[in-house]
Ligand binder design. Structure first.
Ligand code: NDP
Length: 336
């Protein structure tokens, strides 16, 4: 009996929590091979490999030099995303990079250009836009279920789990709730509204008991060229509240509760002149499995990743504008 080769042979760049808890399980459920893990610390790489049944570990250069690796999943802290993507592209590897894609627009553009030059796929691991819940909401909006969209409210205030209360609360490594969570909101808003906001205002605060060196709560208001308004509330400090979003239209509204999470949960409620009804998404697959499967298909030349490098860039454009609005106390305009 012949055995099909695995779809993708992965190298992991980053001995991270998200790789361990979400991506390795998703890759293996899809029958992909996880060949090696790279870390800045040989000991951490070796113990991560051991704990997760990964055959090899080493430095980034060692992993990228292997010819039995097709693609890398980069889940290091955010300041490493650009240099590691550029190295991976130069080594001819396809790249699935964690969000935020980069810490500046120039860095994001350089990453896209590096993969274009190398002829490799660059995807951003935004898990929300591909979820059944968000695809269903976009379909309802495109079908005119709520008429003209006038407003979107995103509530994405959560309690940062104790195990993640490290670099996210620091001013280096791309910490702060805006780069961490507002960029997720943007990954949902951008395809939903089909545009970047033209203007952004925002205020932030440091609320948590941890004495964070950066903002751990932020609220923003976004205005689009067609007059649509959106609001976001992102926080690391709110323990007992669901996440979600409301899409408010001229002929109806959508309320999705539990929709800004890592699991394929959440509900969609559509309200229109005929009343109120729940809409069940037809896809409840694991969100990371959806991303890894779409990435593998894109590598085979079939379709596009859930979020491309450009989608990742657009998400950070919004998050960076929110942060600039916070820091300057002024309205910030976004130009493509
Ligand atoms: P972690 O803090 O778990 O890991 C990030 C890096 O920190 C690792 O690559 C590792 O560096 C280093 N590190 C890990 N453990 C230790 C330790 N005990 N001591 C010292 N350094 C350590 O980060 P996350 O998994 O939370 O996030 C990684 C990336 O994934 C970020 O870009 C984040 O924004 C993104 N993310 C995305 C999510 C999504 O849903 N798409 C969800 C969560 C995170 P090294 O590799 O050098 O060993």
């Amino acid at each position: 009996m012949s055995v099909e080769p695995p779809d993708i042979r992965w190298g992991l760049v980053g001995a991270s929590d998200i790789a361990e808890t979400r991506l390795i399980p998703a890759m293996r459920r899809l029958g992909h091979d996880v060949i090696a893990v790279a870390s800045g610390s040989p000991d951490r790489a070796a113990s991560f490999a051991d704990r997760n049944g990964i055959p090899a570990s080493g430095s980034v250069d060692e992993i990228l030099a292997r010819d039995d690796i097709d693609a890398v999943y980069i889940s290091s802290t955010n300041e490493h995303h650009r240099p590691q993507t550029e190295l991976a592209a130069a080594a001819g590897k396809h790249v699935l990079c964690e969000k935020p894609l980069a810490l500046s627009v120039d860095d994001g553009r350089a990453m896209i250009a590096a993969c274009e030059r190398a002829g490799t796929i660059l995807a951003t691991n935004h898990h929300l836009p591909g979820s059944g819940i968000h695809r269903t909401i976009r379909l309802l909006v495109a079908e005119g279920a709520v008429g003209r969209v006038l407003g979107v409210r995103i509530f994405h205030a959560v309690m940062l789990p104790a195990r993640l209360q490290g670099w996210r609360l620091a001013s280096q490594a791309g910490g702060g709730v805006t780069m961490d969570i507002t960029c997720h909101d943007a990954s949902v808003l951008n395809p939903l509204l089909g545009a970047l906001p033209s203007d952004v205002v925002a205020l932030a605060a440091t609320q948590g008991p941890w004495g964070a060196a950066t903002e751990d709560a932020v609220m923003s208001t976004l205005r689009y060229a067609d007059g649509t308004l959106a609001q976001t509330h992102d926080a690391f400090t709110i323990p007992y509240s669901p996440t979600g979003l409301q899409v408010l239209g001229s002929e109806g509204s959508i309320e999705a509760v539990g929709a800004m999470v890592q699991d394929p949960s959440g509900t969609i409620l559509l309200r229109d002149p005929s009343g109120e009804r729940e809409v069940e998404p037809d896809d409840r697959r694991d969100l990371y499995e959806i991303n890894v499967a779409a990435f593998a298909a894109a590598v085979r030349g079939e379709g596009s990743p859930t979020a491309t490098g450009l989608d990742g860039l657009r998400a950070i454009q919004v998050a960076l504008a929110v942060r600039e609005a916070v820091e300057s106390g002024r309205r910030v305009s976004i130009t493509e």
